[in-house]
Design a protein around this ligand. Structure first.
Ligand code: SAM
Length: 527
C-alpha cells in the first residue's frame, strides 16, 4: 500500500497530514495525488489546499487486527488509537496512549467533519505477508473517548461510521471466502444435494442454495429434494416425476422454465450419441510406450505442431489455447498417465453447484485452479443440430463449432495468433455453413457439471476443442480449461460466444437474454 501510495506509513495504522502540512503534503502528492478528505453532498473533493484545516488531519486507517481493543462491525467501527502497544505482533498494550499524531488527527476529523478511507486486512495463507487488504470506502469519525483498555492502560477509542451512498460493502465475502471452504459435508451451508453426480464422478459435487427460501435443488437421478410446500422430504430416482411433483404443488417464485429443465436433468459423465450420429473409426495412434515424452518421435505431438500442448505441472496444464488439441487416443501406445491425455483424466477439483441470485445455478471450485488446468468436458447428448427440438427453449445446447472458437467471435477469444490450423482441417472441413454447425451437444435432459457453468463477458475459463479417439473436427470434444489462476469460491464461467440476435425462439423470432455476469465490460446481453 505504501508503494502504490494508498497509505504512507509502514507501521502506523493511521495515515494523516501532519502539523508540518507542507512536508507531508509533498510526500502525499508524490505518492497519491488523490487524497479525498472533505465530505460534502457528493462527498468527493480532491484536496489541494490545507489552509482552513486544523492539522494533523487523518486521511486513512488500516484495520489489521493489531489492537486488542478494536471492534469491527463492518459499517460501524470502534478503532483504537495509536501508540502504547509493544509492536511485537501480540497486540498487547504496554503503556498509556497519548493524544498526539494519529490520535489527534482522528480527533480533528470529528471537529472538521472530514471522512477517512478505511482499509481492512484479512488473513490469507496465499499471500506472502499473510494478509490481503480491501479498500472499504469512506467513514466518518463520529466520536472519541479515552478508557482503560483490556491491559489496564489508557487507550483512545474512535467510533467510525461508514458514509452512506457508497457501493455495498463486500468485506464480509472476503472473510467468508477465506474461512468457509467446508472440510466435510456437514459443514456445507445451504446444502440441497450431497452429490449431483450420484457417485459417478471421482469427487462428489454438492449443490447449495442460499438464495431461495425455501431452497430447491438441481435434480440428478439420486437426488433428495427438500420439498417445502408441506415440509415433507421427498426422495425419488425419477427426476421428471420429482420435477412435476414439485411444480404441481406450490412452486417458489423463482421456479421458472430454467428450473424445470434443471430439475428434469439426469447426471451423466460420458457423451450419449444419438442414433443419427456416426462416430468415425478410431484414428491411428502414436507408437510411444507408457508416457509420450519425445515430441520429435510422437506422431500425436507432431499433429500439435511438433510439441505437446500440455506441461506436466499440477497434473497437466495446457500451455496456451489452441485451434484444436490432438490428444492421444485408443490406438496410441502410451498409457492413461500420458500427459497428452490430460483432458481425459476426470474431475480434479472439488466443484460445487450453487444457486446464484439472477443466473439460476452456477459452478465454483473449493480449490485453487491454476491457469491451463482442465475443468471438465461439456457432456450431454451428441446429436445433429437439425434434430434439435425447436418447439421449446433449451438453454443447454452447445454447438460444436471449432472454427468459430479458432477464429473468435467479434474478436473475442481469437486463437489464430500463435496457433497453426491443423493441416487436416482443409476447406472441405469447414463445417460451418451458413446454417451453422452440423452437430451439437444437448445437455438439457442429460449432462454433467458443465451444463451448470454460466456465461461471462470476462470469463475465467475458455473453450478448447479436443480430438482424441478420431480426427473429425465436426465431432470434436468440447473441454473447458482455466484461462487464469482461479482462487477458491470464485464462480467459473466462459464466454458462450453468441452473437446478438443469433438465437431464435420457438416462434422463429430472435430471443434476447440479459447478461448478469457483472463484468466491468459486460455486453449486457448474452444474445
Ligand atoms: C447452460 S445454462 C447454465 C446453467 C444455468 N444457470 C442453470 O441454472 O442451469 C445457460 C443458462 O443460464 C443462464 N445464464 C448463464 N449465464 C448467464 C448470465 N451471465 N446472465 C444471465 N443468465 C445467465 C441463462 O438462462 C442461460 O440460458
Amino acid at each position: 500500500m505504501v508503494v502504490v501510495g494508498f497509505h504512507s506509513h509502514w507501521l502506523n495504522g493511521i495515515d494523516y497530514i501532519g502539523q508540518n502540512g507542507s512536508k507531508e503534503f509533498d510526500i502525499h502528492l508524490k505518492l497519491s495525488p488523490y487524497h479525498i478528505i472533505k465530505s460534502d453532498s457528493s462527498f468527493l473533493v480532491v484536496f489541494q489546499d490545507y489552509s482552513g484545516y486544523k492539522l494533523p488531519l487523518a486521511i486513512a486507517i488500516v484495520l489489521s487486527g493489531q489492537y486488542e481493543d478494536d471492534l469491527d462491525n463492518c459499517e460501524d467501527i470502534v478503532y483504537t488509537g495509536q501508540g502504547g502497544n509493544n509492536l511485537l505482533g501480540n497486540r498487547r498494550q504496554v503503556k498509556d496512549q497519548v493524544m498526539e499524531r494519529g490520535n489527534l488527527a482522528l480527533k480533528n476529523c470529528i471537529q472538521q467533519n472530514t471522512p477517512v478511507r478505511v482499509v481492512r486486512g484479512h488473513k490469507s495463507a496465499d499471500s506472502y505477508v499473510g494478509k490481503v487488504y480491501t479498500y472499504d470506502g469512506l467513514y466518518k469519525v463520529v466520536k472519541y473517548w479515552a478508557e482503560k483498555g483490556v491491559s489496564g492502560f489508557t487507550v483512545f477509542k474512535f467510533q467510525l461510521k461508514r458514509v452512506v451512498g457508497q457501493p455495498v460493502l463486500t468485506t464480509n465475502q472476503v472473510l467468508n471466502a477465506r474461512g468457509q471452504i467446508p472440510k466435510s459435508i456437514a459443514e456445507i451451508r445451504g446444502l440441497v444435494c450431497e452429490d449431483i453426480s450420484g457417485g459417478q464422478e471421482n469427487i462428489p459435487i454438492p449443490a447449495t442454495n442460499l438464495v431461495d427460501d425455501p431452497p430447491v435443488a438441481p435434480s440428478g437421478k439420486l437426488l433428495t429434494l427438500i420439498f417445502y410446500a408441506n415440509c415433507t422430504l421427498l426422495s425419488s430416482s425419477n427426476p421428471t416425476q420429482l420435477a412435476f411433483a414439485s411444480l404441481s404443488s406450490k412452486p417458489p417464485k423463482a421456479l421458472e422454465l430454467l428450473d424445470v429443465l434443471a430439475l428434469c436433468f439426469t447426471y451423466c459423465k460420458s457423451l450419449q450419441v444419438a442414433g443419427s450420429v456416426k462416430i468415425p473409426q478410431n484414428a491411428t495412434g502414436c507408437d510411444c510406450k507408457d508416457r509420450c515424452t519425445n515430441p520429435k518421435s510422437c506422431s500425436c505431438a507432431r499433429l500439435n505442431g511438433s510439441d505437446f500442448p500440455y506441461v506436466h505441472r499440477d497434473g497437466g496444464r495446457l500451455v496456451a489455447p489452441m485451434g484444436v488439441v490432438f490428444e492421444c487416443g485408443p490406438n496410441c501406445g502410451c498409457g492413461p498417465d500420458c500427459v497428452n491425455r490430460t483432458s481425459q483424466k476426470g474431475m480434479r477439483y472439488r466443484l460445487e453447484v450453487f444457486r446464484t441470485p439472477k443466473k439460476g445455478w452456477g459452478v465454483r471450485s473449493w480449490d485453487h485452479i491454476p491457469s491451463g488446468a482442465p475443468i471438465c468436458e461439456y457432456i450431454g447428448k451428441l446429436m445433429k443440430t437439425d434434430d434439435v427440438d425447436t418447439a421449446y427453449e433449451n438453454d443447454y445446447i452447445f454447438d460444436i463449432d471449432c472454427l468459430q472458437t479458432m477464429k473468435g467471435l467479434d474478436g473475442r477469444e481469437r486463437r489464430l495468433r500463435d496457433v497453426c490450423i491443423p493441416t487436416c482441417l482443409d476447406k472441405s472441413d469447414d463445417h460451418r455453413s451458413d446454417d451453422g454447425p452440423e452437430f451439437c451437444i444437448d445437455a438439457g435432459s442429460t449432462g454433467n457439471i458443465a451444463r451448470f457453468i454460466n456465461h461471462s463477458c470476462q470469463p475465467n475459463l475458455f473453450v478448447q476443442c479436443v480430438l482424441s479417439s478420431h480426427h473429425d473436427i465436426k465431432l470434436a470434444r468440447v473441454v473447458l480449461f482455466a484461462a487464469d489462476n482461479i482462487p477458491p469460491l470464485k464462480e467459473l464461467n466462459y464466454d458462450y460466444g453468441y452473437a446478438l440476435d443469433s438465437v431464435m425462439g420457438p416462434d422463429g423470432k430472435a430471443r434476447q437474454l440479459l447478461c448478469y455476469c457483472g463484468a466491468a465490460d459486460c455486453r449486457k446481453r448474452l444474445f
